[in-house]
Design a protein around this ligand. Structure first.
Ligand code: DAH
Length: 370
């Protein structure tokens, strides 16, 4: 009996050492300790033994049981380690590999500028708001202090959309494709109480077409409303923005008085530049270039948005993204932006992984694309 059990132990331990994976190790465990396992069977046999022999045999059997269990544990740990190492090796990613040269896609300059503008204003605590391209006249005009027949409506060559395509066209009820992003001022006020600090980038539409105008173009609207927001905040904010945008430490800036129905007072912001025959250089020189419209939000606009003008005030601004893209990246004709010419995209587009941030670089033209 003794010898027999010693042999059994030796053979089981041998098998454990030979087990090459967790599955075969578990098979051994079942064969030894399972319901009909070799040790289990022997445990059962103890009952038929004479008392003195039984004590001796039980002791022996328990010792063997313990050492087999320990051996199983040890082998299991080794096999688990090996399995993990093999997996780590097979799943290893070489992060030092360069970007695959077959990356063909490019980010359109308009998207790039939108990203840059959002990165800058994001840093200043603004949120991005979005709204519909097809707009009602309340949001596009009326609420912006431009009631029907207001002369300022003629400033914009509006595309109207019939309210009901089967009924005769009614000017009063027609929808429009938004002529500017300014309607987002109202949509934001309707949703949110001050303090408000948003930018709203998006597509806008006007019936116009030449080298610097396309029927569909892009704007970014800005709106800040709080109890003590002043013209000084507007100037500081836009000055910080324009410097960050053109990635320059200094840019000459001037504000010209202007008129917009939804702001009072209103202004246009010009930046200093040098205009030559075929280039505009921002930052130096004796010329000026208009970049955006702005002003203090008109009390009627606050009222239309459900905000009490006796308690709150704020500023707004609107800028043309396409124009900024032409300027910043030296693209001469706006119409080419929307021709979907893959060669144009290869030349003017941006590598998708070079995303814009204030800390990591805004325009990031160091990649493959340029
Ligand atoms: N909505 C104007 C446009 O389309 C731009 C604009 C001017 C927006 C002044 C503003 C602003 O918010 O304050 O030409």
């Amino acid at each position: 009996m003794m010898e027999d059990i010693e042999n059994l132990k030796a053979s089981i331990l041998g098998e454990i050492q030979k087990a090459n994976d967790l599955k075969s190790l578990d098979d051994i465990r079942v064969a030894v300790f399972g319901k009909k396992g070799e040790i289990t069977e022997r445990m059962k046999m103890l009952g038929q033994m004479e008392p003195e022999k039984r004590i001796e045999a039980a002791k022996e059997l328990n010792l063997i049981k313990t050492s087999i269990e320990e051996e199983l544990q040890k082998r299991k740990a080794v096999l688990e380690d090996e399995a993990l190492n093999a997996r780590l090796k097979s799943e290893k990613i070489d992060v030092t590999l360069p970007c695959r040269p077959e990356t063909q896609g490019r980010i359109h300059p308009v998207s790039k500028i939108e990203e840059e503008v959002a990165a800058i204003f994001g840093e200043l605590g603004f949120e991005v708001a979005t709204g519909p391209d097809i707009e009602d006249q309340f949001h596009n005009f009326n609420a912006l202090n431009m009631p029907l027949n207001h002369p300022a409506r003629q400033m914009q060559d509006t595309f109207y959309i019939a309210h009901d395509k089967d009924a005769p066209f009614e000017m009063e009820n027609a929808y429009v494709v938004r002529t500017h992003t300014s309607g987002m001022q109202i949509r934001t006020m309707e949703k949110q109480q001050p303090p408000i600090r948003i930018i709203a980038p998006g597509r806008t539409y006007r019936s116009d077409m030449d080298a610097t105008h396309t029927p569909m173009f892009h704007q970014v609207e800005g709106l800040v409303i709080d109890k003590t927001t002043t013209l000084a905040h507007l100037k500081g904010c836009l000055y910080d923005f324009i410097k960050a945008f053109f990635e320059l430490d200094e840019i000459p800036v001037r504000y010209r008085p202007s008129y917009f129905p939804f702001t009072e007072p209103s202004a246009e912001m010009d930046i200093g530049c040098l205009k030559t025959k075929d280039e505009i250089k921002v930052g130096a020189g004796n010329d000026w270039l208009e970049v955006l419209g702005c002003g203090m939000v008109h009390p009627n606009v606050l009222r239309a948005g459900g905000i009490d003008p006796d308690e709150y005030q704020g500023f707004a601004f609107g800028l043309g993204i396409d124009r900024l893209a032409m300027l910043k990246y030296g693209i001469p004709d706006l119409r080419t932006f929307f021709e979907s010419d893959i060669r144009w995209m290869k030349n003017y587009g941006f590598v998708p992984l070079d995303f814009s941030s204030m800390t990591g670089g805004l325009s990031n033209t160091g990649g493959e694309a340029k």
